[in-house]
Design a protein around this ligand. Sequence first.
Ligand SMILES: [Zn+2]
Length: 283
Amino acid sequence: MPRLSEVIAALDALWPAGLAESWDAVGTVCGDPDAEVSRVLIAVDPVQEIADEAVRIGAQLLVTHHPLYLRGTTTVAASTFKGRVVHDLIKNDIALHVAHTNADRADPGVSDALAGALDLRVVRPLVPDPADPRGRRGLGRICELEHPLTLAELAERAAKRLPATAQGIRVAGDPDALIRTVAVSGGSGDSLFDDVRAAGVDAFLTADLRHHPASEARERTPLALLDAAHWATEWPWCELAAAQLDEISDRSGWGLRVHVSRTVTDPWTAHAASTTDSTGAPN
Ligand SMILES: [Zn+2]
C-alpha cells in the first residue's frame, strides 16, 4: 500500500504546482505524508457533502479541483463551515489535495476532459503555455467537430453528455448555424473572449458567462455561446483524473481503489423556465 507522500508525488507529476496561477492555492491542505492510502475519492468541490462521502466510502485521500481555502485563514475552528470540513477529514484520517489551475493548464487537463465528454477533437490550447515546447499545455482548448452540427444539435449533445444540473445549457446564437469549430474552457470562461475571437471559432462552450461580456461578444461577431453549469464543465476532469491515477496505481502495483463522486455540488438547485413572453403576456 502506498504512502500519501508517494501518491501526492504522482499527482504532482500529473499537475505540477508550478503550472498554477500565482493567486491560486493548490497542493495538500491536510494529510500525514506517512499515512497509507488504499482508497481515493475525486470530486470538484471540497464541500461538506463531499467530505461526508469520503468518510462514508472509507477514503484516505480526497482530491478536489477547487481549493478549500483560496485566501489565507486564521482559523480552522469547526464552527466555520470550512473548518468543519478540515475537522471531519482529519478525524477520519483523510488527506485533502487540490489540483486547480495547474490541472486546467496540464496536458491532459480540465478542458481536454470537457472536450472528450463532448466528442470534440482537440486541435490546440486556446491560450498556449509559452513554456511548453510541444504546444499542448495551456488554458482552454480549440476543438473540431468530426461532423458539423447545428448550434441546437451541439447544445443538445452538451446537455446529454455533461452531468445533469438545474441550469442545463444556455445558448446564444442562431440555432441553425452550422458549428465546425468550438473553443471550450472548463469553469468560468468569460475572461477568454479575446482569445476565442482571435481563434476564429464558430462557438464557445464554457460556464459563468455574464451579461456584458456575452452581449458584447454577440454584437461583435456571430460567435455562438453555450453556457453550462460551472460544476458540470469541470466534472469530466474527475473521470480523467481517476483514469490517470488508476493507470499509475496499476503500473506501481499500489492496488488503489479510485472513486469519482457523482454528487452534484453545483450551487444552483432549480430552474424555472419563463412562462410569459416579452410583453408580459402568458405564453
Ligand atoms: Zn472551477
